[in-house]
Design a protein around this ligand. Structure first.
Ligand SMILES: *[C@@H]1O[C@H](CO)[C@@H](O)[C@H](O)[C@H]1NC(C)=O
Ligand SMILES: *[C@@H]1O[C@H](CO)[C@@H](O)[C@H](O)[C@H]1NC(C)=O
Ligand SMILES: *[C@@H]1O[C@H](CO)[C@@H](O)[C@H](O)[C@H]1NC(C)=O
Ligand SMILES: *[C@@H]1O[C@H](CO)[C@@H](O)[C@H](O)[C@H]1NC(C)=O
Ligand SMILES: *[C@@H]1O[C@H](CO)[C@@H](O)[C@H](O)[C@H]1NC(C)=O
Ligand SMILES: *[C@@H]1O[C@H](CO)[C@@H](O)[C@H](O)[C@H]1NC(C)=O
Ligand SMILES: *[C@@H]1O[C@H](CO)[C@@H](O)[C@H](O)[C@H]1NC(C)=O
Ligand SMILES: *[C@@H]1O[C@H](CO)[C@@H](O)[C@H](O)[C@H]1NC(C)=O
Length: 278
């Protein structure tokens, strides 16, 4: 059961002599306890949290915010130029691996930075892909019933240096698996939609982790590092290999109206949102 909760948004303004940094992380609510099927007993608990100023610690949350109604036209025009993922040869059959299509789309958008950026529309379908990077001035828009699915093969995950906040590596010493959707040193990135979803197919990772078959720290589902002006809204993130949404050392990140799902049991470390060193 998912408890519907009202949307809460707060803005916090802080200024300093030499720089004005407006930094707000807004909105998200609700730690909920989600009773998985067949585990008896009903009920979930829900409480409201507010995120503030400088957060260097890490949170263990499974968060969800849900609202009523849907549908606002399939693809609103949010950037001067927009692409359909299928323009890049993607096939949404849940089997074809579409990594190149995502990479080509992101590359095309990276060329539009001086023209207001670009929008990548993901139509209904199951779009399997290896991890890919976002670019600046990009809007990723997931239609209702669009699902971006992570390949279940860790050899396709790039290895990244350990996070500075876990200098030596967290689950294992040394490099870590990258995140499924990743971005670093970006500006103005939006990931939104009509409640389409990003599915990490984490069960693959959880099993390997528990069986000690992984040689590196698992990666988050979505991670942006050293970036500013990022918005995550109106979509569902589910079954992350590890933490779900992880902004690291970013400024002006807005997270609103997201649904984050993972089983309560046997899905280790699938925190909802982990603002880190922000
Ligand atoms: C949140 O930030 C505001 C402004 O910086 C501050 O006044 C307030 O005390 C902070 N609240 C908490 C709970 O840290
Ligand atoms: C979005 O999709 C998720 C998963 O299917 C569902 O739990 C949630 O209620 C949906 N939210 C809205 C606003 O329809
Ligand atoms: C939240 O997202 C859902 C699904 O994408 C949308 O129908 C709804 O209007 C959104 N609500 C707000 C307050 O943005
Ligand atoms: C995107 O491409 C698919 C497949 O060609 C098509 O069905 C869909 O209508 C296109 N959507 C837009 C908004 O162009
Ligand atoms: C994403 O960018 C980072 C930093 O440039 C790089 O290390 C990583 O390999 C890229 N990931 C993918 C999937 O291309
Ligand atoms: C982990 O390392 C061992 C020993 O080097 C190797 O045999 C195994 O294939 C590695 N597993 C993965 C998932 O990379
Ligand atoms: C924060 O980011 C949002 C979304 O990109 C942008 O509209 C807003 O101007 C930014 N705020 C500041 C103070 O830069
Ligand atoms: C989220 O959805 C609502 C309702 O459709 C819309 O007003 C809002 O602009 C959307 N937010 C983003 C960041 O796309």
């Amino acid at each position: 059961m998912v408890e519907p909760l009202p949307i809460t948004r707060r803005r916090f303004l802080s200024s300093h002599k030499s720089l004005v940094t407006v930094f707000w992380i807004a909105a998200f609510a609700s730690l909920f306890i989600w009773q998985s099927r067949g585990r008896g007993g009903g009920g979930g608990g829900a409480s409201l949290y507010r995120v503030n100023g400088s957060l260097s610690s890490v949170f263990w949350w499974t968060a969800t915010t849900t609202t009523t109604s849907s549908d606002a036209g399939e693809f609103p025009r949010l950037r001067p130029v927009s692409f359909n993922l299928t323009d890049f040869g993607a096939v949404g059959d849940g089997v074809t691996v579409n990594t190149e299509a995502f990479e080509r789309a992101v590359y095309a958008i990276s060329k539009l930075s001086k023209k207001g950026g670009g929008q990548l529309n993901v139509p209904p379908g199951r779009w399997l892909t290896a991890p890919f990077n976002l670019t600046s001035f990009m809007t990723l828009f997931l239609a209702e019933d669009a699902e971006i699915l992570a390949v279940q093969d860790e050899t396709l995950w790039p290895l990244l240096p350990p996070l500075p906040s876990y200098g030596y590596g967290r689950e294992h010493y040394g490099p870590r698996y990258g995140s499924f959707i990743h971005g670093q040193n970006l500006k103005d990135v939006v990931v939104t939609g009509n409640n389409g979803s990003v599915n990490g197919q984490g069960v693959y990772w959880w099993k390997k982790y528990r069986s000690k078959l992984l040689n590196h720290t698992r990666g988050p589902l979505v991670q942006i590092m050293w970036s500013s002006d990022a918005v995550f809204a109106n979509i569902t993130l589910r079954d992350s290999p590890f933490w779900t949404l992880h902004p690291y050392d970013c400024k002006n990140v807005t997270i609103t109206n997201m649904t984050i799902l993972a089983p309560v049991f046997e899905a280790p470390n699938t925190d909802g949102i982990d603002p880190d060193s922000c």
